[in-house]
Ligand binder design. Structure first.
Ligand SMILES: [Mg+2]
Length: 182
């Protein structure tokens, strides 16, 4: 089955954080606090997915308060932080949502994502992902992590599902109601 046929069945998009939603950079302050930067294009992509009823989630190995805030702002459906076994977190999400593995898309960048990527309907890799990850993914982005890869992955799914008219319509309604904020 090709990536387009896989993308047609997707109802939820789950993302890794470091190296996927970020470029992998972590700035460590003297007090030990960590800073990361997120890309507004990826954030807007997540909001577009929500506009047409796709669910989103995050599964990350690390834990960060800032990520919690970012996820809250973007209304990300499920957030799993400090997760070593990402496949187990995926099972919990499947149980909670009633979705099947083939209805899930996951995008990641490194070896920690390998098992979960092998378990989902549509596996995506950022352009600068580990070669072993790229090898098993159905869709390899042309953008690197933190630089629009998540946006590209989401737009691929939206395009295949022919969602642009619906997005335009819902976007118009929400901007009139001033409810679409990046
Ligand atoms: Mg990563």
């Amino acid at each position: 089955m090709n990536a387009k046929d896989r993308a047609r069945r997707i109802k939820m998009i789950i993302m890794d954080v470091d190296g996927t939603l970020t470029d992998g950079t972590i700035l460590v302050l003297p007090d030990g606090e960590e800073l990361k930067s997120y890309n507004v294009k990826d954030g807007a992509g997540i909001l577009l997915a929500h506009l047409v009823g796709l669910k989103t989630g995050i599964i990350t190995g690390k834990t960060s308060k800032a990520l919690e805030k970012r996820a809250e702002k973007l209304k990300i459906f499920e957030i799993y932080q400090g997760i070593l076994d990402k496949k187990k977190a995926l099972s919990e999400i499947l149980e909670k949502t009633g979705l099947k593995p083939e209805q899930i898309a996951f995008i990641g960048d490194d070896i920690g994502d390998l098992e979960v990527l092998k378990s989902v309907g549509l596996a995506g890799a950022v352009a600068d992902a580990h070669p072993e990850i790229k090898k098993i993914c159905h869709f390899v982005c042309s953008h690197p992590g933190g630089k629009g890869a998540v946006r590209e992955f989401i737009e691929f799914i939206l395009e295949v599902q022919d969602k642009w008219d619906e997005i335009e319509e819902n976007f118009k309604i929400l901007t009139e109601q001033k409810e679409f904020k990046l």
